[in-house]
Design a protein around this ligand. Structure first.
Ligand SMILES: *Cc1c(COP(=O)(O)O)cnc(C)c1O
Length: 403
């Protein structure tokens, strides 16, 4: 048996849930009772190596844990199921997933990406991949289709989207970008970073993307206790190449973290549903607050990305961004006065978190670029958790009163 045979042999279990609802998939796909004791939870398999019956004839489907591990395999089937995808790979972090995807490219290739993205992705693109490996990145506003068209060239190999973007919550019409790019050259790989939405709120693969990637550290993990990434695709060739890169470069998560991720995903839909509700209620309140210059949340009917978001998303997530009138001093005052929100990087977790992108998550983005994108000194990002919304509302209210 090889790695793929076990995937196929397990399909009877996962197939049962194919046409069922999202919450049912979260609690069942990849989670059949273990065949020895019938345990209803996936066992943590810590072995790094697996017995062979003859040289190069493994006893079972696995030989060495960097290349494949039973606990990780359960998680990958689960995440593939949530994206209705044929394949998924889990990675040791969101950035390991990003690096893996970029490893499919060669020196001289060009990437077109958003001008506004997670700071760590920009740091990797600008300061390692571009400089050391001579891959060219064109950072553009994806919503300006003329610029997108004129940026496409014979050397374009990959399009990197992030929707909504971190931290200004710009939404890209994924179907339109896919159509334009594939008309130009169907071999250009389209990747969507879906971290802000999770498969509960959006499935970029169903909108035509070749790959979805996600920092599972955020909504999938959901409890601020695992760092992990994932990718999913329906394309046999692309998966084969990416799996080869994964097993060769080795950025894989530990079996314990895979177990934790499976445990977390069981409650993904109820967590995200609550976070969608809390995000919207807070955005509606803050949007009208006199001390707030601007509130960004695509769930607001007045938000410039509302219609596009509604057309491709099931919900709008728990993250909203604000510009507080009065710059850094007022923003810092607001952040240090919060009592329920914790001032910390990251997002998507059950506890509410607050971030100052210019000084924290996006400090590595050059200052002029940050300012151009509107990530000014009064800019604050809030990630709503699953707490009672009255407490979150009272918290931002009292902190704003103090500034
Ligand atoms: C956090 C984040 C990443 C990176 O993920 P890690 O798990 O921290 O490596 C990538 N993209 C977005 C949008 C993120 O928020």
């Amino acid at each position: 048996m090889d790695y793929n045979t076990i995937k196929e042999s397990n399909q009877t279990h996962d197939e049962k849930y194919k046409d069922m609802g999202f919450s049912t998939k979260c609690t069942h796909i990849g989670q059949e009772p273990d065949p020895i004791y019938g345990g209803v939870n996936v066992p943590i398999n810590l072995s790094t190596t697996y017995a062979q019956t003859y040289p190069n004839v493994p006893f079972g489907p696995f030989d060495y844990s960097r290349c494949g591990n039973p606990t990780r395999d359960h998680l990958e089937r689960l995440i593939a199921g949530l994206y209705s995808a044929k394949y998924s790979i889990s990675w040791s972090s969101g950035m390991a997933a990003t690096t893996g995807l970029i490893n499919m490219l060669c020196t001289g290739d060009e990437v077109i990406c958003m001008d506004d993205m997670y700071g760590g992705t920009q740091r990797y693109f600008r300061r390692i991949s571009q400089i050391n490996h001579n891959i060219k990145y064109k950072f553009i506003n994806m919503n300006n289709y003329d610029v997108l068209k004129s940026s496409l060239s014979e050397k374009t190999r990959l399009i990197w989207l992030e929707s909504p973007t971190n931290p200004t919550l710009k939404v890209t019409d994924i179907r339109t970008v896919v159509k334009m790019v594939k008309e130009f050259n169907k071999d250009i790989i389209i990747v969507v970073d879906n971290t802000f939405l999770s498969p509960y709120n959006c499935n970029p693969l169903s909108l035509g993307a070749d790959f979805v990637m996600e920092s599972a550290t955020k909504y999938l993990g959901g409890h601020s206790d695992i760092v992990m990434g994932c990718t999913a695709t329906n394309d046999d060739k692309l998966q084969e190449r990416l799996f080869f890169i994964s097993k060769t470069t080795g950025g894989v998560p530990s079996p314990f973290d895979c177990y934790m991720a499976i445990r977390s995903i069981k409650t993904l839909s109820i967590r995200v549903e609550r976070q969608n509700q809390n995000g919207l209620i807070l955005a509606q309140y803050l949007n009208k607050h006199p001390k707030i210059e601007k509130c960004m949340y695509p769930g607001l009917e007045t938000d410039e990305f509302h219609q596009v978001a509604k057309n491709q998303q099931k919900g709008f997530g728990g993250v909203l961004s604000l510009v507080i009138t009065g710059g850094l001093e007022k923003a810092a005052n607001f952040l240090t006065n919060l009592k329920v929100f914790t001032l910390a990087e990251s997002l998507g977790s059950v506890e509410s978190l607050a971030d100052h992108p210019a000084l924290m998550t996006h400090a590595s983005v050059p200052e002029d670029i940050r300012k151009e994108l509107g990530v000014v000194d009064g800019f604050v990002r809030l990630s709503c958790g699953i707490e009672d919304v009255e407490d979150l509302l009272n918290d931002v209210k009292q902190a704003l009163e103090k500034i």
